[in-house]
Ligand binder design. Sequence first.
Ligand SMILES: Nc1ncnc2c1ncn2[C@@H]1O[C@H](COP(=O)(O)OP(=O)(O)OP(=O)(O)O)[C@@H](O)[C@H]1O
Ligand SMILES: [Mg+2]
Length: 315
Amino acid sequence: MNRYNIKQMIQVSNLSKSFDTIHAVNNISFSIRKGEVFGLLGPNGAGKSTIINLMSTILKSDEGEILINENDIKQNSTICKQLIGVVPQEISLYDEFSAVDNLIFWGSLYKVPAKILKQRIKNILKLIGLYDRKDDLIKTYSGGMKRRINIAAALLHNPEILFMDEPTVGVDPQSRNKIFEIIETLNQQGITIVYTTHYMEEVERLCKRIAIMDAGKIVAQGTQTELQKQSNVKEAVQITFQLISEVQLEQLQSQLQIKINQSEQKIIIECDVNKDLSNIISICNKSNLRIKDIKLKKANLEAIFLSLTGKQLRD
Ligand SMILES: Nc1ncnc2c1ncn2[C@@H]1O[C@H](COP(=O)(O)OP(=O)(O)OP(=O)(O)O)[C@@H](O)[C@H]1O
Ligand SMILES: [Mg+2]
């Protein structure tokens, strides 16, 4: 079978892993399509790294099945390992080696032939924007630069899938943006990416589909719109007026034909912000209501996460 026709790149079914009494991963199932960036979003200890370690054969599951491009990870681990590149949560580089020597070391572990490896290292260093620093020792690199070399090390055997476990922790905003660009470029080249993080804005920017994790379970999964529906979080706009009377409020309500909640000079309207906002403002203007302030309450992942788990994602 031509593997490029296979839609599901990763299928995880009823996966469980415990450490003594801790159910780190508790009966989890999800699928990841070829070519997508899939986000695993959850707080500290949710089980994200454990899932990455199970999918990359570093850990063995207690129960459940993992298929990588239809290969069972337990029966065909060699094929699976070739398909996967792993960017671990902890940076694993030799400080006393140069960047290029670190990459030669990692490439030789994957048995990439020397000549191919040399060319690949060059291309990857250019991709991550560190080609001109290639001969500098890792100990002279910033945290963000080390993270980028960590990503490069995972790409040397040309994997079709990249697991990235919190790749932006401890990096400056400039390196973070560079890492996002690298991910977008790799994805455009067809690489399937699994991205773990507890930063919602990263998932919102990068991931087409998301699994929200908490305490070893997937609480909800889908696109952001699907998650919003599951969580019942509504978008709204809050408008504060200079002055609004009871009569004006009633008129506004009948014109808008949307239920509005009022407290003092403020109203809150649940609506599709992108679609409805300009119409709401125009009706207010026509009614001679002077707007003092407008606040958007978007149904972002933060609100969705809170509604699904009862917790703030950030500690
Ligand atoms: N090797 C281990 N031995 C014992 N317990 C472990 C081990 N690895 C993970 N755990 C426990 O399993 C749970 C899930 O940990 P995991 O590292 O998968 O979480 P995480 O979502 O990656 O968290 P973080 O955002 O902090 O990286 C935690 O309670 C953790 O303490
Ligand atoms: Mg982790």
